[in-house]
Design a protein around this ligand. Structure first.
Ligand code: LAG
Ligand code: CA
Length: 464
């Protein structure tokens, strides 16, 4: 039966937040490649201020590839090893600003800097001084000029309209491309005029992948994600804002999860997610802290037909500022995910969540490889349970509530027994039957009996 499953290579990313380059390389070989992740998004690779908080990574002092996460050689080695494992590297590019530290200092790799002075790169004239608000900080998001030319939390705002600034940024991005990266997450893209971003990325080789972070701020804000879709993709924040609360409240009646999705950018421009490093510390309705509900949210996203999903994997925290565990010099410690098969009941601060290694995630990547070309059919609700079919190729079902629920989903999949990809993972079918739960399709219906806070997924490749 497994021969019936045509497999595609699905476009699925993983954000490995604040993970050292050497560990990402290990992950590419051990897990990301074998599971079928097509790209990994790293944290910013350039030199930043020397502080322990994770957000030091978002305060550049220069463009040498020398950071708490590793050296230039480490980075280059990671890109090569990931590439050999079939995994592209997308680097987080912090190009809207330099550090926001008011005092002069020395960066992580020893480079001296002062606020608005970065020797060899930028001087006072290369920055915006909007003169529109106290301390030049952005306060009014209904003003395009403030959002794009004032300072985001005191971060020295580069004048990205200036030829010198553009050239300097292009040189940095070209350097990363020379090491083999496939593209960039454009940090704080909303805070740069779309024309400026376009002019910068337009200098890069054809095919460079660009994913702009433009946090959708609602109709009152003048800067909209749609402005940034002419030269790449954008992270679509409406997606987690829709999916997360549905999972959290176990109420799947909201029709926005299906259909035309009018509030969202076109699917081929959207990168979607359950949470990221900012939203897990803020607005996200569901994060690793929600254990099984997080699995449910990820399963629904990975089974869905809208956008390119990116899975998030970071480390446990109670203090939102706390950096990943590091040595005495501030270098982040390597971490392994061996043996991580699902969410833990509880985590120690700093412990890696290892989402990329979870059985359910590997199973859903396999589901996507088999089913993502098929139409997504309308969802079926049964109390706190919900599910849908990818026509003729796979069915997913979840129970986000506190009671056992039986849910039946009409399907055109062949009748028979199927092995669950959530509990069985990538190779759910084994000689003796199923690695995990077995479900049955009969008379055009897939039947699932779901315990509280569980998910199930079957696909043509998981038929027994
Ligand atoms: C982003 N996208 O637009 C990043 O995803 C987000 O993580 C970054 O904020 C932000 N934009 C700037 O790149 C993070 C933290 C902030 C932190 C900032 C700079 O969420 O809390 O600000 O990085 O490190 C911190 C302090 C501020 C202070 C600022 C400047 O929290 O109070 O004003 O540093 O020193
Ligand atoms: Ca700006």
């Amino acid at each position: 039966p497994q021969a019936a499953a045509q497999r595609a290579t699905p476009d699925v990313g993983i954000q490995l937040f604040q993970l050292p380059w050497s560990s990402i390389a290990d992950e590419c070989e051990a897990t990301l490649g074998p599971s079928g992740f097509s790209w990994v998004q790293t944290s910013p690779p350039n030199e930043s201020i020397a502080r322990d908080e994770w957000w030091a990574s978002y305060q550049p002092v220069g463009y040498d590839l020398d950071s708490r996460l590793g050296t230039r050689d480490d980075f280059a080695d990671m890109v090569m090893r990931c590439d050999a494992a079939g995994v592209d590297v997308i680097a987080d590019a912090v190009i809207n600003h330099m550090t926001g530290q008011d005092a002069a200092g020395t960066g992580f790799a020893g480079t001296p800097y002062a606020h608005y002075e970065y020797p060899g790169l930028y001087g006072a004239d290369d920055f915006h001084h909007c003169g529109l608000a106290q301390g030049d900080d952005i306060v009014d998001y209904t003003s395009r000029e403030q959002v794009q030319t004032c300072e985001l939390v005191n971060l020295a705002d580069l004048d990205t309209s200036s030829p010198h600034v553009r050239e300097t940024i292009v040189t940095y991005l070209d350097d990363l491309l020379s090491l083999g990266v496939a593209g960039f997450r454009i940090d704080a893209a909303k805070h740069m005029a779309a024309d400026d971003v376009q002019a910068i990325v337009g200098e890069l080789p054809e095919g460079t992948r660009i994913v702009s972070e433009v946090i959708r701020g609602g109709a009152r804000e003048p800067v909209q994600p749609e402005e940034y879709t002419g030269f790449g993709e954008v992270f679509e924040f409406s997606y987690p804002r829709d999916l997360g609360p549905q999972v959290q409240s176990a109420a799947f009646a909201d029709p926005v999860l299906e259909g035309d999705r009018p509030l969202l950018v076109p699917a081929d421009k959207a990168v979607v997610f359950v949470d990221n490093h900012d939203t897990e510390r803020g607005e996200a309705a569901v994060t690793y802290k929600d254990g099984p509900l997080y699995v449910i949210a990820n399963a629904l996203m990975l089974a869905d037909d809208y956008g390119t999903p990116v899975v998030f994997s970071g480390y446990a925290f109670t203090d939102r500022d706390a950096g990943a565990p590091a040595d005495a010099e501030g270098a982040v410690l390597p971490a392994s995910c061996e043996g991580a098969t699902g969410p833990a009941d509880s985590y120690l601060d700093g412990e890696r969540t290892c989402v990329q290694s979870w059985t359910a995630i590997a199973g859903m990547l396999e589901f996507r490889a088999v089913a993502s070309d098929a139409a997504r059919l309308r969802g079926v609700e049964a109390g706190s349970a919900y599910g849908f079919e990818r026509e003729g190729r796979g069915v997913v079902a979840v129970n986000a509530g506190d009671d056992d629920i039986a849910i039946e989903i009409p399907t055109s999949m062949p009748a028979g027994d199927y092995c669950d990809a959530i509990t069985g993972g990538r190779d759910a079918v084994i000689d003796s039957g199923c690695r995990g739960t077995t479900y049955t399709v009969a008379d055009g219906v897939a039947r699932f009996s779901l315990a509280p806070l569980t998910a199930a997924a079957i696909h043509l490749g998981s038929q027994r």
